[in-house]
Design a protein around this ligand. Structure first.
Ligand code: MN
Length: 307
Protein backbone atom coordinates (compact mmCIF):
# COMPACT_ATOMS: atom_id res chain seq x y z
CA UNK A 1 0.00 0.00 0.00
CA UNK A 2 1.28 3.45 -0.84
CA UNK A 3 1.86 5.97 1.88
CA UNK A 4 -0.82 8.23 0.32
CA UNK A 5 -3.40 5.43 0.46
CA UNK A 6 -2.51 4.69 4.08
CA UNK A 7 -3.04 8.35 4.91
CA UNK A 8 -6.40 8.41 3.14
CA UNK A 9 -7.51 5.29 5.00
CA UNK A 10 -6.52 6.81 8.29
CA UNK A 11 -8.46 9.96 7.42
CA UNK A 12 -11.54 7.93 6.51
CA UNK A 13 -11.22 6.05 9.78
CA UNK A 14 -11.08 9.32 11.74
CA UNK A 15 -14.14 10.52 9.86
CA UNK A 16 -15.99 7.29 10.71
CA UNK A 17 -15.09 7.61 14.36
CA UNK A 18 -16.33 11.21 14.42
CA UNK A 19 -16.16 13.93 17.04
CA UNK A 20 -16.04 13.26 20.78
CA UNK A 21 -19.46 12.76 22.30
CA UNK A 22 -20.63 12.99 25.87
CA UNK A 23 -24.38 12.85 26.04
CA UNK A 24 -26.48 15.77 27.25
CA UNK A 25 -28.60 16.80 24.26
CA UNK A 26 -32.09 15.62 23.46
CA UNK A 27 -32.50 13.74 26.70
CA UNK A 28 -36.22 14.32 26.93
CA UNK A 29 -36.78 12.99 23.44
CA UNK A 30 -35.34 10.03 21.64
CA UNK A 31 -33.12 7.96 23.92
CA UNK A 32 -30.70 7.60 21.02
CA UNK A 33 -30.06 11.33 20.44
CA UNK A 34 -27.16 11.53 22.86
CA UNK A 35 -24.50 13.41 20.90
CA UNK A 36 -23.37 16.64 22.55
CA UNK A 37 -20.15 18.40 23.35
CA UNK A 38 -18.37 17.55 26.56
CA UNK A 39 -18.02 20.34 29.11
CA UNK A 40 -16.85 20.84 32.70
CA UNK A 41 -19.33 19.37 35.18
CA UNK A 42 -20.18 22.81 36.60
CA UNK A 43 -21.35 23.93 33.16
CA UNK A 44 -23.90 21.16 32.71
CA UNK A 45 -27.26 22.95 32.50
CA UNK A 46 -28.98 19.93 34.05
CA UNK A 47 -27.67 17.04 36.10
CA UNK A 48 -26.20 14.31 33.91
CA UNK A 49 -28.28 11.14 33.75
CA UNK A 50 -26.16 8.12 34.68
CA UNK A 51 -27.13 4.48 34.17
CA UNK A 52 -25.47 2.07 36.61
CA UNK A 53 -25.39 -1.66 35.94
CA UNK A 54 -23.19 -4.72 36.56
CA UNK A 55 -22.87 -8.44 35.88
CA UNK A 56 -22.63 -9.66 39.50
CA UNK A 57 -26.36 -9.07 39.99
CA UNK A 58 -28.58 -6.46 41.59
CA UNK A 59 -27.71 -7.59 45.12
CA UNK A 60 -23.96 -7.03 44.69
CA UNK A 61 -22.29 -4.66 47.15
CA UNK A 62 -20.13 -3.41 44.30
CA UNK A 63 -23.22 -2.18 42.44
CA UNK A 64 -24.40 -0.27 45.50
CA UNK A 65 -20.90 1.20 46.00
CA UNK A 66 -20.84 2.42 42.38
CA UNK A 67 -24.32 3.89 42.64
CA UNK A 68 -23.44 5.72 45.85
CA UNK A 69 -20.16 7.00 44.36
CA UNK A 70 -21.96 8.53 41.36
CA UNK A 71 -25.06 9.81 43.22
CA UNK A 72 -23.54 13.26 43.90
CA UNK A 73 -22.64 13.73 40.20
CA UNK A 74 -25.97 13.14 38.54
CA UNK A 75 -29.34 11.42 38.49
CA UNK A 76 -28.52 7.74 38.81
CA UNK A 77 -30.76 4.94 37.53
CA UNK A 78 -29.82 1.37 38.52
CA UNK A 79 -30.81 -1.62 36.39
CA UNK A 80 -28.94 -4.91 36.70
CA UNK A 81 -29.37 -8.67 36.19
CA UNK A 82 -31.33 -10.42 38.97
CA UNK A 83 -28.64 -13.14 39.31
CA UNK A 84 -24.87 -13.34 38.87
CA UNK A 85 -24.13 -13.14 35.14
CA UNK A 86 -20.32 -13.06 35.32
CA UNK A 87 -18.55 -14.21 32.14
CA UNK A 88 -21.70 -14.21 29.99
CA UNK A 89 -19.95 -11.82 27.62
CA UNK A 90 -22.16 -9.76 25.30
CA UNK A 91 -25.09 -12.17 25.42
CA UNK A 92 -28.41 -10.71 24.31
CA UNK A 93 -31.67 -12.52 25.09
CA UNK A 94 -33.83 -12.83 21.98
CA UNK A 95 -35.61 -16.20 22.30
CA UNK A 96 -37.62 -15.64 25.48
CA UNK A 97 -39.31 -12.70 27.21
CA UNK A 98 -37.57 -10.47 29.76
CA UNK A 99 -39.15 -9.66 33.13
CA UNK A 100 -38.28 -6.46 34.98
CA UNK A 101 -38.82 -6.11 38.74
CA UNK A 102 -38.56 -3.13 41.07
CA UNK A 103 -36.00 -3.74 43.81
CA UNK A 104 -34.79 -1.91 46.91
CA UNK A 105 -31.04 -1.48 47.32
CA UNK A 106 -29.18 -1.61 50.63
CA UNK A 107 -29.48 2.18 51.01
CA UNK A 108 -33.26 2.06 50.52
CA UNK A 109 -33.13 3.45 46.97
CA UNK A 110 -35.11 2.09 44.01
CA UNK A 111 -33.45 -0.17 41.46
CA UNK A 112 -34.60 -2.51 38.70
CA UNK A 113 -33.63 -6.10 38.04
CA UNK A 114 -33.88 -8.01 34.76
CA UNK A 115 -33.90 -11.80 34.39
CA UNK A 116 -31.31 -11.54 31.66
CA UNK A 117 -27.77 -10.48 30.90
CA UNK A 118 -25.98 -7.16 31.56
CA UNK A 119 -26.45 -6.37 27.86
CA UNK A 120 -30.20 -6.95 28.26
CA UNK A 121 -30.27 -4.48 31.15
CA UNK A 122 -28.54 -1.79 29.08
CA UNK A 123 -30.64 -2.59 26.00
CA UNK A 124 -33.87 -2.11 27.94
CA UNK A 125 -32.69 1.33 29.03
CA UNK A 126 -31.71 2.43 25.52
CA UNK A 127 -34.83 0.97 23.93
CA UNK A 128 -36.93 3.34 26.02
CA UNK A 129 -37.88 1.41 29.19
CA UNK A 130 -37.33 4.49 31.36
CA UNK A 131 -38.61 7.01 28.82
CA UNK A 132 -35.39 9.02 28.91
CA UNK A 133 -31.84 8.69 27.62
CA UNK A 134 -28.52 8.68 29.44
CA UNK A 135 -25.31 10.74 29.35
CA UNK A 136 -23.10 8.03 30.81
CA UNK A 137 -23.24 4.31 31.59
CA UNK A 138 -21.14 2.87 34.42
CA UNK A 139 -20.77 -0.91 34.86
CA UNK A 140 -19.43 -2.47 38.07
CA UNK A 141 -17.94 -2.40 40.55
CA UNK A 142 -17.16 -5.96 39.50
CA UNK A 143 -15.87 -8.29 42.19
CA UNK A 144 -12.77 -9.63 40.41
CA UNK A 145 -10.46 -7.96 37.89
CA UNK A 146 -11.21 -7.74 34.15
CA UNK A 147 -7.70 -7.55 32.71
CA UNK A 148 -6.32 -8.30 29.25
CA UNK A 149 -8.21 -11.10 27.48
CA UNK A 150 -10.82 -11.15 30.28
CA UNK A 151 -12.70 -8.40 28.47
CA UNK A 152 -13.76 -10.92 25.80
CA UNK A 153 -15.70 -12.86 28.48
CA UNK A 154 -16.67 -10.02 30.77
CA UNK A 155 -20.33 -9.17 31.28
CA UNK A 156 -19.21 -5.97 32.99
CA UNK A 157 -17.22 -4.74 29.99
CA UNK A 158 -19.94 -5.97 27.60
CA UNK A 159 -22.50 -3.79 29.40
CA UNK A 160 -20.27 -0.79 28.67
CA UNK A 161 -19.90 -1.97 25.06
CA UNK A 162 -23.68 -2.12 24.71
CA UNK A 163 -23.87 1.51 25.82
CA UNK A 164 -21.23 2.50 23.28
CA UNK A 165 -23.16 0.71 20.53
CA UNK A 166 -26.05 2.99 21.54
CA UNK A 167 -23.77 6.06 21.17
CA UNK A 168 -23.51 6.66 24.91
CA UNK A 169 -20.13 7.08 26.64
CA UNK A 170 -19.39 4.31 29.13
CA UNK A 171 -16.87 2.76 31.46
CA UNK A 172 -16.45 -0.58 33.23
CA UNK A 173 -14.82 -0.78 36.65
CA UNK A 174 -13.57 -3.92 38.39
CA UNK A 175 -11.91 -4.61 41.70
CA UNK A 176 -9.29 -7.33 42.18
CA UNK A 177 -10.29 -10.17 44.52
CA UNK A 178 -9.83 -9.14 48.12
CA UNK A 179 -10.21 -11.21 51.32
CA UNK A 180 -12.20 -8.32 52.79
CA UNK A 181 -14.13 -6.86 49.87
CA UNK A 182 -13.65 -3.13 50.27
CA UNK A 183 -14.84 -0.88 47.48
CA UNK A 184 -13.61 2.42 49.00
CA UNK A 185 -10.73 2.87 46.54
CA UNK A 186 -12.76 1.66 43.55
CA UNK A 187 -15.62 4.02 44.45
CA UNK A 188 -13.25 7.00 44.43
CA UNK A 189 -11.79 5.84 41.13
CA UNK A 190 -15.32 5.65 39.70
CA UNK A 191 -16.07 9.30 40.51
CA UNK A 192 -12.81 10.44 38.87
CA UNK A 193 -13.43 8.36 35.74
CA UNK A 194 -17.05 9.57 35.48
CA UNK A 195 -16.01 13.22 35.90
CA UNK A 196 -13.34 12.88 33.22
CA UNK A 197 -15.69 11.25 30.72
CA UNK A 198 -18.43 13.83 31.30
CA UNK A 199 -15.92 16.68 30.93
CA UNK A 200 -13.85 15.39 28.01
CA UNK A 201 -16.25 13.08 26.20
CA UNK A 202 -15.47 9.89 24.30
CA UNK A 203 -15.55 9.34 20.55
CA UNK A 204 -17.93 6.81 19.00
CA UNK A 205 -16.77 3.25 19.62
CA UNK A 206 -14.66 4.16 22.66
CA UNK A 207 -15.02 3.06 26.27
CA UNK A 208 -12.78 2.92 29.31
CA UNK A 209 -11.94 -0.23 31.28
CA UNK A 210 -10.79 0.41 34.85
CA UNK A 211 -9.16 -2.12 37.21
CA UNK A 212 -8.52 -1.37 40.86
CA UNK A 213 -5.86 -3.22 42.88
CA UNK A 214 -6.84 -5.09 46.06
CA UNK A 215 -5.21 -2.65 48.45
CA UNK A 216 -6.58 -0.28 51.08
CA UNK A 217 -7.03 3.39 50.13
CA UNK A 218 -3.75 4.47 51.77
CA UNK A 219 -1.62 1.85 50.00
CA UNK A 220 -2.47 2.50 46.35
CA UNK A 221 0.15 4.11 44.15
CA UNK A 222 -1.75 6.32 41.70
CA UNK A 223 -3.46 5.93 38.34
CA UNK A 224 -1.76 4.57 35.21
CA UNK A 225 -3.06 4.76 31.64
CA UNK A 226 -2.42 1.29 30.24
CA UNK A 227 -2.92 -1.06 27.30
CA UNK A 228 -4.51 -4.51 27.53
CA UNK A 229 -2.10 -7.20 28.70
CA UNK A 230 -1.98 -10.93 28.09
CA UNK A 231 -3.96 -13.17 30.43
CA UNK A 232 -2.61 -16.64 31.25
CA UNK A 233 -5.53 -18.94 32.01
CA UNK A 234 -4.99 -22.10 34.06
CA UNK A 235 -8.39 -23.66 33.44
CA UNK A 236 -8.76 -27.37 34.13
CA UNK A 237 -11.59 -29.66 33.10
CA UNK A 238 -12.91 -31.29 36.26
CA UNK A 239 -14.93 -34.47 35.68
CA UNK A 240 -17.23 -35.81 38.41
CA UNK A 241 -20.19 -38.15 38.59
CA UNK A 242 -23.70 -36.91 39.38
CA UNK A 243 -26.07 -38.73 41.83
CA UNK A 244 -27.51 -40.70 38.90
CA UNK A 245 -24.11 -42.04 37.85
CA UNK A 246 -23.76 -39.77 34.81
CA UNK A 247 -20.47 -37.88 34.42
CA UNK A 248 -20.51 -34.07 34.30
CA UNK A 249 -17.80 -31.51 33.62
CA UNK A 250 -16.91 -28.26 35.32
CA UNK A 251 -14.33 -25.72 34.12
CA UNK A 252 -12.18 -25.21 37.21
CA UNK A 253 -8.52 -24.81 38.06
CA UNK A 254 -6.53 -22.10 39.83
CA UNK A 255 -7.27 -18.42 39.21
CA UNK A 256 -5.70 -17.01 36.03
CA UNK A 257 -2.47 -15.05 36.08
CA UNK A 258 -1.11 -12.61 33.50
CA UNK A 259 2.07 -11.33 31.90
CA UNK A 260 3.15 -8.30 33.92
CA UNK A 261 4.72 -6.44 30.98
CA UNK A 262 5.36 -2.75 31.65
CA UNK A 263 2.65 -0.50 30.25
CA UNK A 264 -0.08 -3.15 30.57
CA UNK A 265 -3.08 -3.26 32.89
CA UNK A 266 -1.56 -6.31 34.66
CA UNK A 267 1.68 -4.50 35.45
CA UNK A 268 -0.19 -1.49 36.86
CA UNK A 269 -2.51 -3.51 39.13
CA UNK A 270 0.33 -5.73 40.41
CA UNK A 271 2.18 -2.54 41.32
CA UNK A 272 -0.80 -1.24 43.32
CA UNK A 273 -1.86 1.26 40.65
CA UNK A 274 -5.34 1.74 39.19
CA UNK A 275 -5.22 0.66 35.52
CA UNK A 276 -7.22 2.84 33.11
CA UNK A 277 -7.34 1.18 29.68
CA UNK A 278 -8.91 2.75 26.58
CA UNK A 279 -10.93 0.25 24.51
CA UNK A 280 -12.27 0.60 20.97
CA UNK A 281 -15.10 -1.50 19.56
CA UNK A 282 -13.49 -1.54 16.10
CA UNK A 283 -11.81 -4.95 16.32
CA UNK A 284 -10.49 -4.83 12.74
CA UNK A 285 -7.02 -6.39 12.55
CA UNK A 286 -5.20 -3.58 10.72
CA UNK A 287 -1.99 -5.52 10.12
CA UNK A 288 -3.90 -8.60 8.91
CA UNK A 289 -6.05 -6.40 6.68
CA UNK A 290 -2.91 -5.41 4.77
CA UNK A 291 -1.69 -9.03 4.54
CA UNK A 292 -5.08 -10.33 3.36
CA UNK A 293 -4.90 -7.95 0.41
CA UNK A 294 -1.77 -9.79 -0.78
CA UNK A 295 -3.43 -13.27 -0.68
CA UNK A 296 -5.11 -14.96 -3.67
CA UNK A 297 -8.89 -14.69 -3.23
CA UNK A 298 -9.94 -16.46 -6.45
CA UNK A 299 -12.86 -18.84 -5.78
CA UNK A 300 -12.58 -22.41 -7.16
CA UNK A 301 -14.10 -23.06 -10.63
CA UNK A 302 -17.64 -24.52 -10.53
CA UNK A 303 -17.73 -28.35 -10.94
CA UNK A 304 -18.87 -29.37 -14.49
CA UNK A 305 -22.51 -30.70 -14.65
CA UNK A 306 -23.22 -34.47 -14.40
CA UNK A 307 -20.31 -35.54 -12.27
MN1 MN B 1 -18.77 -10.33 37.62
Amino acid sequence: MTRERARTERRDLDKERGEPLAGGAGRGGSPRSLRAHARPLGEWSSRPRILVTNDDGVESRGLLALKQALDPMGDVTVVAPDTNQSAVGHQKTLMRPLRVRERTLGDGSLAYSVDGSPTDAVSLAFLGYFGYGFDLVAAGINYGANLGDDITYSGTVSAAMEAVINDCPAFAISQEYYEHPDFALAARAATTVARNILEHGLSPGELINVNVPAVPLEEFDGVEITRLGKRVYQDELVQRVDPRGIPYFWIGGPPPSGLAVEGTDFHAVINRRIAVTPIHLDLTGRRLLKRLRTWDWTLPEAEPEGR
